[in-house]
Design a protein. Structure first.
Length: 256
């Protein structure tokens, strides 16, 4: 009888230890938040990530940067995501219309500008968007208008100027705006259309001019929580951080 009690007691202690270990692992496991963000947010979000994780040691942020259209497709196909940060309202509106976003969380947070850039060493006589349609330009880098908001904005600009056909005949299309920026930096194209914030990240390009007033929609960046998030509370807290004065000062530093 005594031996049986000892065995039962030992077994009970083992179970208790296992439970305690299990609880400890769950409690200490950091909350992991997945953010799908437009490629043009790469630099600023990298800085914000370090700031946030330093002040929130129990939270791990994972950013995936790409063209907003590609990110929209990922969410539509069920890719795990907690927050979507788009470079255009078009993609956000589409996802919200499909019932894939927490509509109450969507905030139009930032504004950017569309600019024409050339390599820093360029001596080409390019002074305006209209010049792209002339023989001054052989090749221009643009974001793919099928999936890249910067490419969509660029098409609006050139359409409003009545030169879209001429521009298309000399366009090289990139999968995201950072690809276009790299082409211009390396002189692989004569010029390119990117966001002002992209141009501010490098001294290898120079801004020729911003898109003419009224030639395209305002470049608005909305952010919101994906409805299928597994971390609603942590996602809401991060979203509030993005909207805070602290974060906005960082966004402004990068040109937003």
């Amino acid at each position: 009888m005594i031996n049986r009690i000892k065995v039962i007691t030992a077994a009970t202690l083992c179970v208790a230890c296992l439970c305690a270990c299990s609880v400890s692992v769950n409690v200490n496991k950091p909350a992991s938040i997945s953010i799908l963000a437009a490629a043009s947010l790469t630099d600023v979000c990298t800085e914000l990530e370090a700031m946030y994780e330093k002040d929130h040691p129990g939270v791990e942020l994972t950013f995936s940067f790409a063209g907003s259209g590609a990110l929209q497709t990922q969410i539509e196909e069920g890719a795990p995501a907690d927050i979507f940060f788009s470079a255009s309202t078009k993609q956000m509106d589409a996802l919200n219309g499909e019932g894939l976003m927490d509509s109450g969380s969507i905030t139009e947070l930032l504004e950017n500008k569309i600019v024409l850039v050339v390599p820093a060493s360029s001596d080409m006589d390019i002074t305006s968007f209209e010049d792209v349609a002339t023989d001054k330009v052989t090749m221009i880098g643009l974001g793919d208008p099928e999936s890249v908001p910067a490419g969509q904005y660029a098409e609006e600009v050139f359409t409003s100027l009545g030169i879209i056909d001429e521009v298309k005949s000399k366009a090289n299309y990139g999968s995201d705006v950072r690809t276009v920026l790299t082409w211009v930096e390396e002189g692989e194209v004569d010029c390119g259309v990117v966001y002002q914030t992209d141009a501010f990240t490098t001294d290898k390009v120079k801004i020729i001019t911003a898109a003419p007033e009224g030639s395209c929609r305002k470049v608005i960046y909305p952010v919101g929580i994906v409805k299928s998030t597994k971390n609603p509370e942590a996602s809401r807290e991060l979203l509030e951080f993005f909207k805070s004065d602290t974060a906005m000062k960082v966004f402004e530093k990068y040109g937003f």
